[in-house]
Ligand binder design. Sequence first.
Ligand SMILES: [Zn+2]
Length: 199
Amino acid sequence: MCHGFPSDPSFYTFLFQIDQDIAASVQAAGCYCGGVLHSARYPRKPRGVRSALDETYDYRLSFCCAASDCRRRTTPASVRFLGRKVYLGVIVVLIAAMQHGLSPKRRQRLIEVLDIPPQTLCRWRKWWREIFPTSRCWQAERGHYVPPIQASGLPDGILGKLEGKDLRARLCRLLLLVAPVTTTSWSGYLRTAIDPQKM
Ligand SMILES: [Zn+2]
């Protein structure tokens, strides 16, 4: 667990680059009122593999409309922060993925190292099985899988179907897939794609 994924800083740098891509396209599109979006990132203190994270993880990318009669906040989707959850999105996925993620031993080790309380694990399972399936994001996505992925098989089922040379590559794709649920102040179309060369 102390070596390689998921404690490899390069993985988190890569995720930050994806967040920057998403944010750049959101900023370029501007506010819905037509105003210009200025950077208004806000502080975060994500839990999970802190030693692998640099200062870019101390904040979430966000914007504020420059028009004085608007000032609306727009927070782009993120592959790093899963909404308001205090743990990194990748941890919330990894711990919930029973079959296609880490080996049971490494998964258990990760839970111990990060000291994740049982109630939190319970809440995540509930989120994947009851909240995420009702999201617009999953409603739009679910039809792409044959046979269909049941709510009881989330997020494992998706992880098992995504292409990628290894777990980290498939995780990146999964985080991008669920990224629309990470914000309520932006609902545009996610144009960002992952370049396998950089993974
Ligand atoms: Zn505006």
